[in-house]
Ligand binder design. Structure first.
Ligand SMILES: [Zn+2]
Length: 65
């Protein structure tokens, strides 16, 4: 399976003011940081290792109906 789309890592703000970076392909929290800009380095270092289940969900989500 070859990934044709670049990875996308939305950032979520937590109640305590910190930020999580989440990988939508393997559905894990990559990193948590006090400053959102600090997440960029973690995003670039992330090596995607999606489970079969999350990969199927990802493929289904981007397939037009
Ligand atoms: Zn990933």
């Amino acid at each position: 399976m070859v990934f044709t789309l670049p990875p996308f890592f939305p950032h979520r703000r937590n109640r305590d003011g910190s930020f999580d970076s989440i990988c939508l392909k393997c559905l894990i929290t990559i990193a948590n940081a006090r400053i959102e800009a600090d997440l960029a380095a973690h995003d670039m270092d992330h090596v995607c290792n999606p489970s079969i289940l999350s990969q199927q969900a990802f493929d289904r989500a981007r397939t037009p109906r």
